[in-house]
Design a protein around this ligand. Sequence first.
Ligand code: ZN
Length: 328
Amino acid sequence: MKELTLPTRILADMALLRRLPDGHAKKQLVKDDLARRQAGYSGERNLRYYLGLLPKNKYRIFFDIYLSIHQHHFQIDTLLIASKFTLVIEVKNFKGTLFFEPSFNQCIRLINNRKEGYPNPILQSDRHRELLSEWLNERHLFFPPLESLVVIAFPSTILEISPENQPIIDKVFYAEQIISINEFEKKYRNRKPLDNNQLNLLETTLLAGHIEFDDDVLTKFSISPGELVTGVQCPLCHSFSMERIFGSWHCKQCDSNLKNAHEQSIMDYFLLFGPTITNSQCRKFLNLSDRYLVSRLLKNINVPSSGIGRGKIKKYINPSFFNQIHDQ
Ligand SMILES: [Zn+2]
């Protein structure tokens, strides 16, 4: 119902890394953030693969759904709705060995003989379950009983849970064990299922409540626009020494000629500064002085413009953002 897509934040981190000068103090921080998010995304993709093997049309599945309740945002990695139960799934991709410590409700990861403490993912998914329940109740919706689970994305993560901790064992699965969903089918077999109308209403309300998260990475990392490298970047040697010559881009560094080198740079702008760009913002970011050239470049990448008219500055809208608002 809501497909798994590459999170914009990953693209924004990548754009920021392209634009931060070498040796910038925050570069490593952004790299670490990107690596963590990419690991998370690959974990979700792996679970997505196993969910794809479940019987078709039996479950309504939503990936990365962001909801807000009382100014509080929460994200559910995977939400699976069946007619008799709902699963709130937190997906974790950890390297090494994972211990669940029930007395302090802690999760400890052992890697290269080093111990690191993490927020307990079971508590995280429990909290999301409670928030979702509150969110649905506020909208007076019927919904099947909610269960929260933690899915460990890859079997390379070793889980150590002592046998007396049955409640933890019941809540933590490997992605490939998602077939254990049958346990919930059994548990709720005597429950009256929701009918299709109720399920459809649940689905449309969730999709309408989903917030497209516009991550402002510059604010997140406290980086000001002035710290970024401007210009058109060469996609081959990554230098910012491209010049516009005879309708094409020439790289002074590696001598290559490319027709569309500006497109990545304009997308970088959207990822870093938001969904619209004006001619003057584009000139500044691409280090160009010719407003007619910039106007042509923006038109050629099919960026629809808005705000035409007297006294209004023409704004170009990020094409991917444009698709989103029109898909809804
Ligand atoms: Zn180059």
